[in-house]
Design a protein around this ligand. Structure first.
Ligand code: HEM
Length: 356
């Protein structure tokens, strides 16, 4: 039995093999999902125990629309459909997805078997929106040839980055996860001199050393994804990207996955990449990488999957205690700080691209 507030395996070690499975739930399939969620931990144990050294783990995420169908309001504070971000040149698309299963192990057979067991339970109730089998490439590199994951926080920093705390007490211990499936134009990318690739990424290619600040262009991937809060603290996300591809179809990709305690942090990164910081100064790697999917999911705690009722009751009580916007306005019209900005920003003006 999971303990109250026990997280899912969000901070599992970087995978050697992974399956990213995104499904949409057909109308009427809600009970099948409710029936499966408490069984996922047992299925993972059953498959994983046959090869304990394989380190099989499964993280389950729930999309905003399915949340409403399964549980109704209130939602976890940061859960909403993935927002399309249309920059002048590149767009982060939003694609359908009700459930995300992020399966990781040191061997693909474990991921494959568990994905099969999950689908045995779900096949009649869901449609598979996307299934990607990711593999670990030489030296932890992505298919653009760069070591990927170096600055993803570990240990205590990883916990701080991903774990919801007092800001949403009913759902404390949970996380949010954003996924995007990118396909690369490797012909164009490989035609660039290595020095130009390094300026696009912000790190050296062979040794994976971060370029000195004065050398990193403001549109490099690393600069646009290094963001700080009002106190100058860097805000991080935990990533476990995986290469995938099909050589026959000349498809070469990176499956991006980012876990966070605060959706605003990851949305600010995406805004910097796609809209640009300042606007128009978009991430150079997007000129060679196109996202073909985009999804945002809430990752509840392990005990929520087992039995959601205590957290749902706590969330309902907390939202009943909160005066609605009209009551709030009537109570303290002058003192109230705006809760949602009308300036088109994310309402986290304190988060900044460090290159600005
Ligand atoms: C850093 C690759 C998409 C956030 C990096 C690095 C590489 C990389 C090679 C440098 C090494 C490292 O620290 O991991 C890619 C590729 C992507 C992709 C190939 C897709 C085509 C994204 C997206 C986000 C993101 C969509 C955020 C929404 C970050 C962050 C860092 C990073 C936060 C660390 C910056 C730092 O603190 O130095 N990425 N990335 N990446 N990436 Fe990405």
């Amino acid at each position: 039995m999971p303990q109250p507030g026990e997280p899912q395996d969000v901070l599992a070690p970087p995978a050697v093999a992974a399956i990213f499975l995104v499904v949409t739930v057909r109308p009427g399939g809600e009970d099948a999902v409710r029936g499966l969620l408490p069984d996922i931990a047992g299925l993972t144990r059953a498959v994983g125990f046959r090869s304990p050294e394989g380190g099989l783990s499964c993280v389950t995420g729930i999309g905003a629309e399915l949340w409403d169908r399964l549980y109704g309001p209130p939602r976890p504070a940061g859960l909403h459909p993935f927002r399309v971000l249309g920059g002048a040149v590149h767009t982060a698309v939003s694609t359908p997805g009700d459930l995300l299963f992020h399966l990781r192990a040191r061997r693909m057979d474990l991921c494959f078997e568990l994905a099969g067991q999950l689908m045995n339970r779900l096949a009649r109730y869901v449609d598979v929106a996307d299934e990607v089998h990711g593999f670990r490439y030489f030296d932890e590199r992505d298919l653009m040839g760069f070591v990927d994951g170096t600055e993803s926080p570990k240990g205590r920093d990883g916990v701080v980055a991903v774990r919801i705390g007092d800001e949403d007490p009913a759902f404390a211990g949970g996380s949010y996860v954003v996924v995007q499936k990118y396909v690369h134009d490797l012909q164009e990318w490989d035609a660039l001199p290595v020095e130009a690739q390094e300026l696009a990424m912000g790190r050296t290619k062979l040794n994976d050393i971060e370029l000195p600040d004065e050398m990193k262009p403001s549109n490099s991937h690393v600069v646009l994804n290094t963001i700080t809060d009002a106190d100058g603290n860097q805000r991080q996300i935990v990533r476990d990207n995986m290469p995938f591809g099909t050589v026959g179809a000349r498809e070469f990709g990176t499956y991006f996955i980012g876990y966070t305690a605060s959706v605003e942090v990851i949305e600010r990164m995406l805004e910097n990449m796609f809209i640009g910081d300042p606007p128009g100064n978009h991430d150079r790697i997007l000129d060679f990488s196109t996202p073909v999917t985009g999804g945002l999911f809430f990752v509840p705690t392990a005990d929520f999957l087992d039995d959601p009722s205590p957290q749902l009751a706590a969330a309902a009580a907390a939202s009943a205690d909160k005066p609605g916007p009209d009551a709030q306005a009537a109570e303290e019209p002058a003192a109230r700080a705006p809760t949602s900005p009308d300036d088109g920003s994310l309402g986290i003006g304190s988060l900044k691209g460090h290159g600005t």
